[in-house]
Structure formats: C-alpha cells, structure tokens
Design a protein around this ligand. Structure first.
Ligand code: AMP
Ligand code: ZN
Length: 464
C-alpha cells in the first residue's frame, strides 16, 4: 500500500484515489522570469519521483503543471513589481507585451530542457496562465457570487475571514498575524491575510485584460485554482510544490477553490518538498545569486549526477548543497555506471529473480517515497552474490529512480588522428608480412596511450 505524508493532516496516510486506479496530480510550475535554480529543480525531481511511484503502483496518472507567465508579483502577498517586468528591466529590454512574451517563452523552453536532462517526465498537461484568463475570470465570478470577495481601489480581494478552513493547511495563527501585521500596504484590506483575485488600476502593467471587475490582470494564486479545476475537476487527489507554498499560495488556492465550488476538501493529499539550501543559507531566484543546471554541467557534472544527489535525501529533509557533496554523488554515480556497463557486457538470463529485493524496494518507495533507502537497497542488491540477474532488477528500480540505467554506456573512445594514421600504417605492414615493423608501430601506439588488438575482424584499438 502506498503511504504519503499529507501536509493537511501532518500524518503519513494510505493513498486512496477518488477514482480507482487513477491519480489526478497538480504540481505548481515555474514562474518563467529566470532560469530554474537547482533548488527549484529539487522540487521537480521530488514531484517526478511521486509520479513515477504512482505509476509503479499501476495508477494511471494525470499530471498537470502550470507555467506562470503573468501575475506573479515580487512578493507572494500581492506586493511589489511584476516578476516578468523586473526581468525585462534586468535584461535591458524595452518593455512591450511582445518582449515579455518572448522572455517568458525563452525561460519556459530552458526549463523544459532542464527537466528533460534530469529525466523528469513531462506532465500530461502543460498550461500557461496567459492562455487561461477566461477560466480565471469565470472562477472569480463564482467566488464573488458566493459572497467571498470585496472591491478595493486595487481590484477584487478575497475575504479570508469568510472561509472557515483558511488556517488549516498552514496551521496558521490568524490572530497573531493580525496583531503583528506591519502597517498594511493596502489599507483597504479587511484582514492581513486577504489577497487579490484580480488586480486593477496598475496602468504600467503591460498585460491587461477586460473583465467584469475592471481592466486588469489575475492574482497569482487564482491561476493554479482555475487551471487545476479545469484539467482535474472540482475535487482531485494530490497537489504539490515546495514548502514555501504552504502558508500563502496553497492556503489561498484552497480558499478560492472551495469558495467557488462549495466542495470540501478540494484536494485530498497535499505534498510538500523541503528546500535545498546553500551552505550560506537560502537559495533564491530573485536574489540573482543561484546555481543552475548549466553551471553544474560547465563544472563537469552530468545532470543525472544532480538527480542522484537529490535522491540521496528524503524529500521532506532539508538538503544542503556543496560541491564536495556533489562530488561524492558523482563518484557513486560513476561507480554505478561502471557496474551497469559490466553487467551489460556479461549478459544475464531474463526475468526478475530478486531474492526479496524488489519487494523491499517497493516497500521503501511506497513508504512516503523513501529514495535514500531505495538507493541503499540498490547497492546491497548489487553486492549480493545470490542475485543472478541484477541488470533486470536495476531496470525495474529505475522505473522509479530514473537514473538512466538502460542508456548507460561506455564513452566512445576518442582516437587522435595520429593514432589512426599509425593504425593504417601498421595494417599495410601486416599485409606485407613485415612483422617487425608492425610490432614497432604497435609500441609507438602504446606510447600514445592506446592498445592495438588483432581480432578476426581486423585491428582494433582501446585505451591502454
Ligand atoms: P517558482 O518558480 O519560484 O514558483 O518555484 C518553483 C518551485 O520551486 C516551487 O515549487 C517552489 O516551492 C520550489 N522552490 C523554490 N525554492 C526552492 C529551494 N531552494 N529548494 C527547493 N524547492 C524550491
Ligand atoms: Zn500554484
């Protein structure tokens, strides 16, 4: 039985889907105003493991991920400048709707390339906020009709005091929030936790749409409510993201969705991934100081080494990044690769004959995605002489781990031109039965770091 830790109840629970055999999964996607940093990517690796484990348990997964290309202001609490606008300024581009769209698509493509390199499977549905404005307007109309919204000069705002489950997901202490609130930036807000559904009166905002609440643009949170409901229904199984989303973004998503539909609970399981932190502290996209996958690759680390590094920690544990720790992951990954290549060369009989490893592996991943334990079991299995067909088992494990076991191969040997020349020369010598010359050339080739093998198919060369 698959058990998942549910933030709603703060307990590990058996996963019971709404429709037998199916799992509806919504993952908050990237705000495309910069490259994803490796902290963001840790969250997507965790979500990929979740999806793979659901599939490993034979669930048919419908995974939806949004692309936030409008509406995300610098702070999650509706304050500050639009993140995409800031990015245009940062990159010295003349602000225009076209430039903003171009920038968003560029970072979206970069994100999709990153996740592909990390072996993260694409969701069944990608949805861009700018292409779902009418769905958001319709949802806001329902919230308004049900009496949960009020107007301010800044737009239409959600009244959190009207929603009785508001504090539940984040175990929020709303009274303390009220007492400790700084001077409210928007003095028209009735409660400090109230948030924008639709933002108006921002003439400098580039992307604006007509709506019954005035010309403007959606708040960030409404995007996820509208798009998840559209693709997964008014109630669905699992919603996830990083832990930073618990107190504001996900709390607000729940309030909006349940206020619109009147159905409780909107989502049955909420899963949150802990942060990747730097030795110095938090890694943040907006501070501009962050590591990307590209930087790791430039430093000689394959993307899957980073994936291996992340799997070494449970997704609910904070993980501290350092290059020493990444180097250790690289060594382990290279060792695994060497073992896999050796197993492939040896060949083995088919079928899974596991001496209990497959069931223990399944137990580990079904225990709230315990990847560190799953990796340890993989190494135990590789060392165990009683296991005959290790490669078949590795392939099974890799359905969850996604380390690219099947694709692992020896690096193609790069033979310098001079060695190719010497080989041709030696071939001639052998044809003329000049064995002495052939041996001399063999020695010359050896001095350059290569061994010549005489095989029935002719001469071959390998690294000495
Ligand atoms: P964003 O593009 O900023 O909306 O973030 C994308 C995802 O990355 C969200 O699920 C965040 O919760 C998550 N995230 C942000 N920072 C980190 C971090 N340092 N470690 C892990 N996940 C993070
Ligand atoms: Zn979201």
């Amino acid at each position: 039985m698959l058990k998942l830790y549910n933030t709603l109840t703060r307990k590990k629970e058996d996963f019971k889907p709404i429709k037998p055999g199916e799992a509806g999964l919504y993952c908050c996607g990237p705000t495309v105003y910069n490259y994803a940093h490796i902290g963001n990517l840790r969250s997507y690796i965790f979500e990929d493991i979740l999806r793979r484990v659901l599939e490993f348990n034979s669930f048919d997964v419908n995974q939806v991920m949004n692309i936030t290309d409008v509406g995300h202001l610098a702070s999650d609490a509706d304050e500050g400048e639009d993140k995409l606008m800031k990015a245009l300024v940062r990159e010295g581009k003349k602000p225009s709707v076209e430039a903003m769209k171009e920038l968003a698509r560029m970072y979206e493509d970069a994100f999709k390339k990153d996740i592909k390199m990390l072996n993260i499977a694409e969701p069944s549905v990608w949805c861009r906020a700018t292409e779902h404005i009418s769905d958001m307007i319709e949802l806001i109309k329902r919230i308004d009709k049900n009496g949960y919204a009020y107007k301010t000069t800044g737009g239409l705002v959600f009244d959190t005091s009207k929603f009785k489950h508001y504090a539940e997901l984040g175990k929020l202490k709303l009274e303390e929030l009220k007492a400790g609130a700084r001077i409210a930036l928007d003095e028209e807000k009735k409660n400090p936790s109230d948030f924008a559904l639709w933002i108006t009166n921002q003439p400098n905002h580039l992307m604006q749409w007509e709506s019954p609440f005035g010309k403007g643009f959606p708040g960030w949170h409404i995007e996820c409510s509208a798009m998840s409901i559209k693709y997964l229904g008014e109630q669905f199984d699992i919603h996830c993201g990083g832990i930073d989303h618990i107190p504001v973004h996900h709390t607000n998503e729940i309030a909006q969705s349940e206020a619109a539909t009147g159905k409780h609970p909107w989502v049955n399981y909420w899963l949150h991934g802990e942060f990747l932190i730097m030795e110095k502290g938090k890694m943040s996209k907006s501070s501009g100081e962050f590591l990307t996958l590209q930087v790791l690759m430039e430093k000689g680390y394959e993307p899957l080494v980073y994936r291996y590094f992340c799997l070494g920690a449970h997704y609910r544990q904070q993980l501290t990044f350092s290059f020493e720790a990444l180097e250790a992951a690289k060594n382990a990954y290279e060792k695994l690769k060497a073992r896999v290549i050796e197993l492939k060369q040896k060949g083995e009989k088919g079928g899974v004959d596991d001496v209990g490893y497959l069931s223990r592996f399944t137990e580990a991943v079904n225990d709230d995605l315990n990847t560190p334990k799953a990796l340890a079991l993989m190494w135990d299995m590789l060392k165990d002489e009683d296991v005959g067909n290790k490669f078949s088992l590795l392939l099974e494990f890799d359905r969850v781990l996604g380390l690219g076991i099947n694709e692992m191969k020896k690096k193609a040997l790069e033979v310098p031109e001079e060695v190719t020349y010497l080989m041709a020369h030696r071939k001639d010598a052998r044809k003329k039965k000049d064995w002495k010359l052939a041996d001399e050339i063999r020695d010359k080739i050896k001095a350059k770091g290569f061994l010549v093998l005489d095989t029935p198919e002719g001469q071959k060369v390998e690294a000495a």
